[in-house]
Design a protein around this ligand. Structure first.
Ligand code: AMP
Ligand code: ZN
Length: 113
């Protein structure tokens, strides 16, 4: 049994509010939303972070971005949104299964701090 939280969401062992699913990606609502709309988009295949994913399967990284844009549109984020990929400890990554945050529904500030 895997220890990885997001792999366990992929198998259904841990419940999530799924908004989009294909054979290779899954999008669900973040449990601690940082914006009115906060989705997490993951490849179903386990890759620890953005560097590992892009090294192993750059085309899948592209399809992850495409899925993010698709769910942003389906959530009605017509005024824009923010993609975030936290990477490593200093990047604020806490779950080491690569994921794309999609944040929107309000004007996002910059710099993020
Ligand atoms: P990061 O800090 O970039 O690694 O992001 C991990 C994200 O996963 C955080 O925004 C958490 O709120 C979110 N998260 C943790 N556990 C769950 C869960 N069971 N369902 C949905 N989102 C989760
Ligand atoms: Zn995983």
């Amino acid at each position: 049994m895997t220890e990885c939280l997001f792999c366990r969401i992929v198998t259904g062992e841990i419940p999530a509010t799924v908004v989009h699913e294909t054979d290779e990606v899954l999008a669900f609502r973040d449990i601690a939303p940082q914006a009115p709309t906060h989705l997490v988009v993951i490849p179903k295949a386990h890759h620890a972070d953005a560097a590992a994913l892009t090294a192993a399967d750059p085309a899948l990284a592209g399809r992850l971005l495409a899925a993010g844009a698709e769910v942003a549109a389906s959530e009605g984020l017509a005024d824009g949104y923010r993609f975030v990929v936290n990477t490593g400890a200093d990047g604020g990554q806490t779950v080491f299964h690569v994921h794309l945050h999609v944040l929107g529904g309000r004007a996002m500030t910059w710099p993020p701090g």
